[in-house]
Ligand binder design. Structure first.
Ligand code: PLP
Length: 217
């Protein structure tokens, strides 16, 4: 495994799904990875990364952006409202817009700054009690309310329930996106990105298959 292998696997999956080459964006999820592993991937030319924690991202990306100015970093972890201001300054996109209070906060920041990261709405596609995201049955209304606040919603994001086949959940997310006229689909991780591409993913979030297992302290 590694960056080149995942790029190759994505290209194969695009062909298998009869999708255009390059239609899937690979987000290299660098959370908790040692700096040298991330630098290897930066030096290999990769420029799109994902992070889960505002604090961690704030500690490393401002420096790396100096050396790699064309880098883009997407927030893919849960976002506390009190970290939203820092987040809009750090990230080109946020994949975890999951509740009205955060939408209101992001809309206020967008108004004040005159710009906003691109936003994906996280859907709790398996309706799991403990999981973040709007419930599938509430998604249409939440999407409409975010649009009503002029937020730049570009797509939907999901994390299927652990231990279940991902495909039906990916398909369900695609249906919600389609009926709401959203083209972005952020779905698929190391274990299921090929299935996600078959189901229409535009952004896959792959961490351990590129960088190796995360060593949590
Ligand atoms: C950590 C994480 C990933 C990457 O997971 P891997 O299994 O290492 O590919 C993708 N998406 C989200 C939301 C994550 O938190």
């Amino acid at each position: 495994m590694g960056l080149a292998d995942i790029q190759a696997a994505i290209a194969v999956a695009e062909v298998a799904a009869e999708r255009a080459a390059g239609s899937v964006q690979l987000i290299a999820v660098s959370k908790v990875q040692p700096a040298e592993r991330v630098l290897d991937v930066l030096n290999a030319g990769w420029r799109l990364f994902g992070e889960n924690y505002v604090q961690e991202a704030a500690g490393k990306w401002p420096d790396w952006r100096g050396a790699f100015p064309d880098v883009a970093v997407h927030m893919i972890g849960p976002l506390q409202t009190n970290k939203a201001k820092q987040a809009v300054e750090l990230f080109e996109a946020i994949h975890t817009l999951d509740r009205p209070s955060l939408a209101t906060k992001l809309a206020g920041l967008a108004q004040a700054r005159g710009t906003s990261p691109e936003l994906f709405i996280q859907v709790n596609i398996g309706s799991e009690p403990q999981k973040a995201g709007v419930l599938p049955e509430g998604a249409d209304e939440f999407i409409a309310s975010c649009r009503g606040m002029d937020l730049p919603v570009v797509g939907l994001m999901c994390i299927p329930p652990e231990g279940e086949t991902s495909m039906p959940h990916f398909t369900a997310l695609g249906e919600i996106a389609a009926r709401n006229g959203l083209s972005g689909l952020s779905m698929g991780m190391s274990g299921d990105f090929e299935a996600a591409i078959a189901a229409g993913a535009t952004h896959v979030r792959v961490g351990s298959a590129i960088f190796g297992a995360r060593a949590y302290a």
